[in-house]
Design a protein around this ligand. Structure first.
Ligand code: GAL
Length: 569
């Protein structure tokens, strides 16, 4: 890569140019100053009832939401997920509720929900059909948002099944809905259900209010912990981010999916799940049968001091401060000068977990309160130990004196660690990717086995070494002009597996392919990538098995010398 000497004047010019390029991006947010300044709380039909919903059930759920104390605890949105609609639109092309199951119509149901002092939420899909093959909103965006506004909808979960056929980038797609909602004139929370394809990376906060970080949650602890890791760990981004906490804030939230509390086999699991969602400032969308919940489930879902952590007005998503195998500690600095700490044992053996005050920004003697037990535990010097926590055991504590100065928040990863400089030159292996999917993240300046990158006898000092299947996204933020690389198999690849290198603009839904090597077999000569990326915000690199995105492969592929560049300005 050509390395530039940047003189002051060029630097200033480049800054001006790039600031303008970046400035062209949208920053107006959807009802930003009014809606979900703390994570949304509500109930959604999918996790317990799936397609089996009707108007009688939903009304009973609305009644139960009030009578059980859920509403008083803060749950306000009652959301009907997939399968509420009729298989066909009406003669004017408008959506209708299924006439057998919702004979009074959706507007009347919305009125019933509002009559209970709750808010009305609904599901749609940005593809031609919903995941359950009912009418999607593609090509009906304006009329559907107007219909929802007319029905009094307050919350829209907008899913992504079949959206890969839309021929639009995810951002362009969701922006159409954002504008249609604004035009419809009713404040509606926009929940973007895009299966964890990078809402934080492509600035979802400028479009909607929450974005999924995960696939679908199931009622098992394995699934609960996996979903939590998409927001709190490095299963979705480079480890340097320490989770996605730096992308959350008032009006824009990471969504590791809805709650399975009450659907898990034991209360201890429900408590671990709920504690995690609260410390992670995740949306609290209950997903159990509220008509028949046990006292234990109700006590967990309505625990006031635990919910207060999720709803804390400082609006910081908690992050890990310590991991030791299956033992984890999270910290969430609060608005009142104290901080919330979660101690969690995911392992099978009972264990003690100790949090030290210096790891959470405190020192000296500090009061500790048990938020599940609602009990002061006394003052502790330097550290606190939760003793003998069994598997899935948690302690959620508040540490510090309300009224003291604010507990400092960890430093977010600085933009220069994950974005190219404003003048655009950078090796990708010197930047942290902002999103990833697949088992083996790329190795920087090494092949996937950790050795030097060698293609066809030529050694490369820089580059990304991959093993199929892997996709990564870099936040280039329209700062660079070109992406260049040499792609080919590493000489250490002795297996049979072939591969395919592709570069896409943004994510795979948009199918905006900027480079495609085609299927390459071992022994094929390397190919040169040199493409214009001036319009690209998120650069998506994938190295797929030649058998497809889901197949495992032994192929060792390299993006040698992968870099983004700009000519001197
Ligand atoms: C999935 C979505 C689920 C649920 C389901 C309905 O795509 O992730 O949360 O909405 O569709 O069909």
């Amino acid at each position: 890569m050509r390395m530039k000497i940047i003189v002051f004047a060029i630097g200033l010019f480049a800054f001006g140019f790039c600031a303008q390029a970046e400035g062209q991006k949208e920053t107006r947010r959807i009802y930003e100053n009014e809606l979900v300044r703390t994570p949304p709380m509500g109930w959604n039909s999918w996790n317990h009832f799936a397609k089996e919903i009707d108007e009688d059930l939903i009304k009973k759920i609305a009644d139960a939401m009030v009578e059980s104390g859920m509403k008083d605890a803060g749950y306000e949105f009652l959301v009907l997920d997939d399968a509420w609609m009729a298989p066909e639109r009406d003669e004017n092309g408008r959506l209708m509720g299924d006439t057998d199951r919702f004979p009074s119509g959706m507007k009347a149901l919305g009125e019933y929900i509002h009559g209970k002092g709750l808010k009305f939420g609904i599901y749609e899909d940005r593809g031609h059909s919903t995941c359950q093959k009912l009418p999607g909103s593609l090509d009906h965006e304006t009329v559907d948002m107007a219909t929802f506004a007319e029905w009094g909808v307050d919350y829209l979960k907008l899913d992504s099944c079949f959206a890969e056929n839309n021929g639009r980038l995810t951002t362009d797609d969701y922006r159409i809905y954002k504008e249609a909602i604004i035009a419809a004139g009713r404040p509606i929370v926009l929940s973007m259900s895009e299966f964890g394809n990078g809402g934080w990376a492509w600035d979802g906060k400028d479009i909607g209010h929450l974005w999924r970080t995960s696939g679908d949650i199931r009622p098992t602890m394995g699934s609960v912990y996996n979903c939590a890791e998409t927001s709190a760990g490095d299963s979705r981004s480079h480890p340097a981010f320490n989770g996605l906490w730096q992308f959350a804030g008032p009006g824009h939230w990471n969504d590791p999916d809805m709650l399975q509390v009450g659907n898990l086999p034991e209360p201890i699991q429900d408590r671990a799940h709920f504690s995690l969602w609260c410390i992670l400032a995740a949306p609290l969308m209950a997903g159990n049968d509220l008509r028949n919940m046990s006292d234990a489930t109700r006590d967990i879902l309505t625990a006031p001091e635990v919910i207060a952590i999720n709803q804390d007005p400082r609006a910081i998503q908690g992050y890990k401060v310590h991991v030791d195998g299956d033992l984890e500690i999270y910290n969430k600095p609060l608005h009142d000068g104290a901080t919330a700490v979660l101690l969690l044992n995911k392992g099978t053996e009972a264990a003690d977990i100790s949090v030290t005050w210096d790891s959470i920004g405190l020192s000296g003697k500090q009061p500790v309160r048990d938020l599940w037990a609602r009990k002061d535990l006394g003052s502790f010097k330097g550290a606190f130990t939760a003793s003998d926590l069994p598997q899935h055991g948690t302690m959620l504590i508040k540490v510090g004196r309300p009224g003291s100065k604010l507990v400092p928040v960890a430093a977010p990863l600085a933009p220069e660690k994950y974005m190219p400089p404003l003048n655009g030159d950078a090796y990708l292996s010197d930047l942290c990717y902002i999103w990833k999917k697949g088992g083996n993240p790329p190795k920087s300046d090494r092949n996937s086995q950790g050795d030097k990158i060698v293609i066809d006898g030529t050694e490369y000092a820089k580059g990304l070494g991959c093993r199929a299947n892997i996709a990564v996204m870099y936040k280039v933020n329209r700062r660079a002009d070109r992406f260049q690389a040499i792609v080919g198999f590493d000489d250490a690849h002795t297996g049979e597996g072939g591969g395919r290198f592709r570069v896409l603009n943004e994510d795979w839904f948009g199918r905006d392919v900027l480079f495609d090597s085609g299927k390459m077999a071992p022994g094929d000569p390397p190919q040169t990538v040199d493409i214009d990326i001036r319009h690209v915000d998120c650069l998506y690199l994938s190295f797929e098995s030649d058998k497809g995105r889901r197949e495992r492969s032994d192929a060792l592929g390299n993006w040698a010398n992968a870099c983004v560049t700009s000519p001197p300005r």
